[in-house]
Design a protein around this ligand. Structure first.
Ligand SMILES: [Zn+2]
Length: 74
């Protein structure tokens, strides 16, 4: 079956985008569902996830500083 560039509507921003034949092949080979988002929305999502991960990392950064109580009694 020959693949052709396909015009699709992004489910999120409703923009029309081209789902290229090359990309279709990529999806077919990996048995993935066709993308619902345009490349821009996908990039945005990736960016958001990256930011989430950074926040998560920062939130987890608990530093325990052992308070050493040294009593030097002379
Ligand atoms: Zn979009």
């Amino acid at each position: 079956m020959e693949l052709k560039d396909e015009a699709r509507t992004c489910r999120y921003c409703t923009n029309l985008y081209i789902w290229s034949a090359g990309e279709q092949q990529y999806y077919n080979e990996r048995v993935l569902n066709p993308p619902e988002r345009c490349p821009e929305c996908r990039a945005k999502k990736r960016q958001m996830r990256r930011e989430e991960m950074v926040t998560l990392k920062e939130g987890k950064g608990e530093h325990y500083e052992a308070n050493r109580i040294s009593q030097d009694t002379k």
